[in-house]
Design a protein around this ligand. Structure first.
Ligand SMILES: NC(=O)c1ccc[n+]([C@@H]2O[C@H](COP(=O)([O-])OP(=O)(O)OC[C@H]3O[C@@H](n4cnc5c(N)ncnc54)[C@H](O)[C@@H]3O)[C@@H](O)[C@H]2O)c1
Ligand SMILES: O=c1ccn([C@@H]2O[C@H](COP(=O)(O)OP(=O)(O)O[C@H]3O[C@H](CO)[C@@H](O)[C@H](O)[C@H]3O)[C@@H](O)[C@H]2O)c(=O)[nH]1
Length: 491
C-alpha cells in the first residue's frame, strides 16, 4: 500500500526535477538507502562514493559489503542501470544535484568529550569535498544522513559558505536522518514509518525540502514525509534512539523488581502495553540493549545536555545507560551466585553472541560483556551463534596481551547449541534467535553436568517445560526458581 499511495503522490508532485544524486559514504546506511532510491526512482542517477577502495570493489562484486535480507536483489536490479559505486569521490560530488553525506560518526576516543561526543573528522573531510566541489559552479542540496550532533547542519552551512566565493555555486543543507534497523534495513527503507526532512524556513530552504520530498514521494506516502527545522530533525534522530533505549531500560529496571517480588515482567509489560498511550513495542525485558547506536546516541544526547548547561537532563539520560550496565552485571552475578558462587573451571555454554537476532553484528552486544564477566571469574565459555564468526567471537572476548593465551583456552566456539552445551554446568541464552525456542532441551539436559542451569537473558525459553525436564531455571524478570532462593549473594 506504500507503493499505491506513492503513485498518487507522484501525480501531485510530478516527476522530481533533480536527476543526479551522489552519496558520500558507502557503508551500512549509504549503500542500502541509495540502492532503494535508485530502485524506486529509475529516472534519477545515483552514484555512491567512498574513499575505501575495497568497499567500493565489494559493492561492485557479487559479495556485497553489507548483508541485509533483500539487498542483493535491489542492488542487482539497478547496478549498471542508474546505480553506480565509485571511488572517484570528487567527480561525482561535483556532478551531483543532491549530495547525501552518510559517513561514519564514531564516538571520540580521546580528548574533549571522549567516550561521549561524536568524532566529526570524517564528517568534516566529506564537508570539505563538497565545499571544494563548489568550483563546479553547480547549485547543490547537501543532505546530512549521518547521525550528528544538533546544529551540525549549521556548521556545514558555514563551511560551504566560506568556500563558495570562487565558483558561485549555492548550497542548501537539509537533515534527513535514517531510522532503519539492522536486519530489516531494506524492508524499513521500502516502507518507512516516516521520512524526516529538516530544512530552513526560507524560499530556498523550502524549495530544497520540496526537491528531496519529491524523491521520496516516488514510493513513500505523502503523510509519512515529515518536515521540520534543521535542528529539530537532527535532535529527533538522537531522541528516537534515546526514547527506545529508555523503554528497554525502564522495563529492565521493572524486571529486577519483578524478581524481588515474584511478579512476572512479561505479564506486567503486556498489561502496561495494552494501554494505547504506552504501546506494546520495545518492552521486552532482557540482558540489556546492544547495537551500534543506542548507547552511543543516549550518551550523545546527555553530552549535548551537558554542553548546554543542563546537568539534570544529562544525568537523566546517562541513567538509561547505567541501568543497561546494571542489567548486564546483574545477569553475571545471578549466574555466579546460582552456581554456588564460583564458576572457576566450569564450562558455561553461551547461546547467541549477536546483539539481536537476524544479524551477525556484535557491537555493544550484551553477550560480549556477559562473556567477559564470566571469563573474569575464570569460567570456560563455549559460544554458539548462527551468524557470528569464530574470529569475531575471539576478537570480542580477547583480554589484554599478557592473558591472551589463557583466554584462548577459556573460550570455545561451537558449531551448534548441542556441542556448546555438552558437558556444561550452565547454559546462558543471550540473543533472541528463534532457533533457541525450539531446541531439544531434553537432549541438552542429558549432556550437561548436574545440577544443570539455564539462564535465559532473552525470554525465549519455555520456563515450565525446561523446569519439568530437570533444569534449574533463571529467566530475567520471571518469578525466581525456588531452588535459587536463599543462596549466598555475590556483589
Ligand atoms: N548502522 C546503522 O544501522 C545506522 C542506522 C541509522 C543511522 N546510522 C548513522 O549513519 C552514519 C553512517 O553509518 P554507517 O553505519 O553507514 O557507517 P559505515 O562506517 O558503515 O560507513 C561509512 C563510510 O563512509 C566512508 N567515508 C568516511 N569519510 C569519507 C569521506 N570523506 N569521503 C568518502 N567516504 C568516506 C567510510 O570509508 C565508510 O565506508 C553514522 O552517523 C551512523 O550513526 C547508522
Ligand atoms: O523490547 C526490546 C527491544 C529491543 N531490545 C534490544 O535493543 C537493542 C537494539 O535493538 P533494535 O532497535 O532492534 O536494533 P538497531 O538495529 O540498533 O536499531 C536501532 O538503531 C538504529 C540506528 O540508529 C535506528 O535507525 C533504529 O530505528 C533503532 O531501532 C537490541 O540489543 C535488542 O535486543 C530489547 O532488549 N528489548
Amino acid at each position: 500500500d506504500c507503493e499505491q499511495s506513492s503513485r498518487q503522490v507522484k501525480c501531485t508532485h510530478g516527476q522530481a526535477a533533480m536527476v543526479k544524486i551522489c552519496c558520500i559514504g558507502s557503508g551500512y546506511v549509504g549503500g542500502p538507502s541509495m540502492a532503494v532510491i535508485a530502485l524506486k526512482c529509475p529516472a534519477i542517477e545515483v552514484a555512491v562514493v567512498d574513499v575505501s577502495r575495497p568497499r567500493i570493489d565489494a559493492w561492485n562484486s557479487d559479495r556485497l559489503p553489507v548483508l541485509e535480507p533483500g539487498l542483493d536483489a535491489v542492488v542487482r536490479a539497478c547496478r549498471g542501470r542508474n546505480l553506480s559505486f565509485s571511488a572517484d569521490v570528487d567527480r561525482h560530488v561535483a556532478d551531483a544535484d543532491i549530495v547525501f553525506v552518510s559517513v561514519n560518526t564514531p564516538t571520540k576516543a580521546r580528548g574533549l568529550g571522549a567516550g561521549r561526543a561524536a568524532d566529526l573528522a570524517y564528517w568534516e573531510s566529506a564537508a570539505r569535498v563538497v565545499a571544494a566541489a563548489s568550483r563546479s559552479g553547480k547549485n547543490k542540496i547537501v543532505v546530512e544522513k549521518s547521525a550528528v550532533p544538533v546544529r551540525t547542519a549549521e556548521a556545514m552551512e558555514r563551511m560551504l559558505l566560506a568556500h563558495s566565493g570562487g565558483g558561485g555555486a549555492t548550497f542548501q543543507v537539509l537533515s534527513n536522518p535514517e531510522f532503519f534497523s539492522e536486519g530489516t534495513a531494506v524492508r524499513d527503507l521500502l516502507c518507512p514509518d516516516r521520512v524526516l526532512i529538516g530544512g530552513r524556513d526560507t524560499d530556498a530552504g523550502r524549495s530544497a525540502v520540496r526537491a528531496l520530498r519529491d524523491v521520496y514521494a516516488h514510493w513513500v506516502p505523502e503523510d509519512r514525509i515529515v518536515t521540520t527545522s534543521l535542528c529539530s530533525a537532527e535532535l529527533s534522530k538522537l531522541a528516537a534512539n534515546a526514547l527506545l533505549a529508555q523503554r528497554v531500560s525502564s522495563v529492565n529496571a521493572i524486571s529486577a523488581l519483578c524478581e524481588a517480588t515474584g511478579a512476572d515482567v512479561s505479564d506486567v509489560a503486556r498489561a502496561v502495553g495494552w494501554d494505547d498511550r504506552v504501546g506494546d513495542g520495545f518492552l521486552n525485558a532482557g540482558v540489556g540493549f546492544g547495537g551500534s547506536s543506542f548507547q552511543k546516541d543516549v550518551l550523545r544526547l546527555a553530552y549535548a545536555c551537558e554542553c548546554n548547561g543542563l546537568p539534570e537532563a544529562a544525568d537523566y539520560w546517562r541513567q538509561v545507560v547505567a541501568v543497561n550496565e546494571y542489567q548486564k552485571s546483574r545477569f553475571v552475578r545471578r549466574v555466579v551466585s546460582s552456581m554456588f558462587s564460583t564458576v572457576a573451571g566450569k564450562k558455561v555454554a553461551v547461546l547467541g553472541f549477536a546483539f539481536k537476532k537476524g544479524v551477525g553484528d556484535t557491537r555493544e552486544s550484551p553477550a560480549v560483556d556477559v562473556c567477559r564477566g564470566l571469563l573474569g571469574d575464570r569460567a570456560h565459555v563455549s559460544v554458539y551463534d548462527p551468524a557470528v564468526s569464530e574470529k569475531q567471537i575471539r576478537r570480542d572476548t580477547a583480554s589484554p596481551a599478557a592473558a591472551k593465551a589463557q583466554a584462548h583456552q577459556q573460550v570455545l566456539v561451537a558449531r551448534d547449541a548441542y556441542e556448546a552445551a555438552e558437558g556444561a554446568h550452565g547454559l546462558c541464552v543471550l540473543t533472541d534467535w528463534d532457533e533457541f525456542r525450539t531446541l531439544d532441551y531434553r537432549r541438552i539436559f542429558d549432556g550437561m553436568q548436574r545440577p544443570a542451569f539455564v539462564f535465559d537473558g532473552r525470554g525465549v525459553v519455555d520456563v515450565g517445560k525446561v523446569r519439568e525436564i530437570g533444569f534449574v531455571v533463571y529467566s530475567v524478570g520471571k518469578p525466581l526458581d525456588p531452588w535459587l532462593k536463599g543462596l549466598p549473594a555475590v556483589a
